[in-house]
Ligand binder design. Structure first.
Ligand SMILES: *Cc1c(COP(=O)(O)O)cnc(C)c1O
Length: 447
């Protein structure tokens, strides 16, 4: 609890946000329902948001911000999109949950199958559930237990994946948090990202025990660290050679970096498919919906068709699937072109402002998604990402926030845009960047 409103020097949140945070602290651990919202990495008191429209957030003190988080990815069309709102309101008027199959589930599954390499898909309620279920299915399908992941890739708070590397490359992982028993991670191997030799070494040693390798299709949870050209193809090939499944986590990148996710940038072009894919964020249109899917023969092992158990009371909820379906139907190529164009403008402006202030930085992107590391590049893996200057980022973040731009309150995140980010929103960000870059320099980020 490093930032109670009373003890923090940066009392720059308005009185209503601060009062709510005080009440929240009394009844919720850390005052928040997901840790990054607490601002612990940047200091200061979080803004409580009351409403949002297009690219703008409005907090409970009436201050407006250009939103560069977009709910951590989902709001591809911006907030309160009129057609999404109308579809959701119509769905709510018909009832909110039946515990039976519904039409929007079928339509959303068809839309996902049409855009992505998956042949069949099963809906769940969060990205965590999607990766947890995909791993169970991979283990059930292969009859093997070992899972390989990369350091810095986040797949939700699944016990087996909250793991950090052991002392050597081919040694099994240690729990990444108290509460995860060693027995949950002793079947997990954690490797450095973009490191082919490490992948080859673990498959040489443990290949016949590996059920699957799971990776973010393009990591975004250590900042954006794109796969080096051919890396995902190499992973798919290595898995196939050893009878393991290649699980591509597109919870963040799916329907965001392109219409077809990261796969649209590499797999589709290079001619390979992951065995399983996980989705979330954009496909829920701002509601709790996520999915995992893949090869029909693998998905056929799932209950009730096959023996691997998986279920959910609210899975495929009609409101969530309606929001997701409406969002995806509206997510045309023009939407991605617009977001990509705005991203290019912001990437260049951020880099120019930081250069002018003499702040070491690297801007990295995949498709329409990008992040700004406050360290020299390239950033190829989690070790590199860890060199980012957290104090400089905190100063940068707060300067932007004061100027009405809501960046992620952590240096290890992507910046998210939407099709609603218009000239006014982009200009607000451009106007805020030079002073923020100078604040970063003053806080210790000078090259
Ligand atoms: C956000 C995220 C998850 C977890 O999704 P939740 O809905 O937060 O459980 C999993 N994988 C990736 C790549 C993510 O970005």
């Amino acid at each position: 609890m490093s930032t109670t409103p009373e003890t923090d020097e940066r009392l720059d949140a308005g009185p209503h946000s601060r009062a709510l945070m005080q009440r929240a602290h009394a009844v919720t651990p850390g005052g928040v329902n997901s840790p990054v919202r607490a601002f612990n990495a940047v200091g200061g008191s979080p803004r409580f948001i009351r409403s949002a429209q297009g690219p703008w957030l409005t907090d409970v003190d009436g201050k407006r911000y250009v939103d560069l988080i977009c709910s951590w990815g989902p709001m591809l069309l911006g907030h309160a999109h009129p057609e999404v709102q109308a579809a959701v309101q119509a769905a709510v008027a018909r009832g909110t949950s039946y515990g039976t199959p519904t039409e929007p589930e079928v339509e959303l599954a068809e839309e996902i199958v049409a855009r992505t390499p998956v042949e069949k898909v099963r809906f769940v309620s969060s990205g965590t559930e999607a990766t947890m279920s995909a791993i169970r299915l991979a283990r059930g399908f292969t009859g093997r237990d070992v899972v390989v992941k990369f350091a810095g890739c986040y797949h939700g708070h699944v016990d087996a994946l909250l793991a950090s590397a052991g002392s050597g490359l081919v040694t099994f992982a240690l729990p990444g948090t108290p509460g995860v028993p060693a027995s949950s991670t002793e079947l997990t191997l954690v490797l450095p990202y973009n490191d082919r030799a490490a992948v080859e070494a673990v498959f040489a040693e443990h290949g016949d025990r590996i059920a699957c390798l799971v990776t973010e299709a393009a990591p975004g949870n250590m900042g954006v660290v794109p796969p080096e050209p051919g890396f995902n193809a190499f992973l798919a090939e290595t898995c196939a050679k050893h009878g393991a499944l290649f699980v591509s986590d597109e919870v963040m990148t799916g329907f965001r970096v392109t219409r077809e996710g990261q796969w649209g940038l590499d797999g589709k072009v290079e001619g390979w498919r992951p065995d399983l894919v996980t989705f979330g964020k954009v496909m829920g249109g701002g509601f709790p919906a996520a999915a995992f899917g893949g090869r029909a023969d693998v998905m056929g092992h799932l209950a009730p068709e096959g023996p691997v158990y998986q279920a959910g009371t609210l899975s495929g909820n009609p409101i969530a699937t309606t929001a997701g379906l409406t969002t995806l139907r509206l997510a045309t190529q023009e939407v991605y072109d617009h977001i990509g164009g705005a991203a290019d403008v912001l990437k260049q402006a951020a880099s120019e402002a930081l250069s002018a202030a003499g702040v070491a930085h690297t801007v990295q992107s995949t498709g329409t998604m990008f992040s700004v590391f406050l360290c020299d590049g390239p950033v190829r893996d989690f070790n590199d990402a860890s060199r980012t200057d957290a104090a400089a980022y905190a100063a940068f973040f707060h300067s932007m926030l004061d100027a009405g731009v809501y960046l992620p309150p952590s240096a290890y995140e992507a910046w998210f845009l939407s099709s609603a980010h218009d000239d006014e929103a982009v200009q607000t960000v451009l106007d805020a960047l030079p002073a923020a870059a100078r604040a970063a320099a003053a806080a210790g980020g000078a090259a």
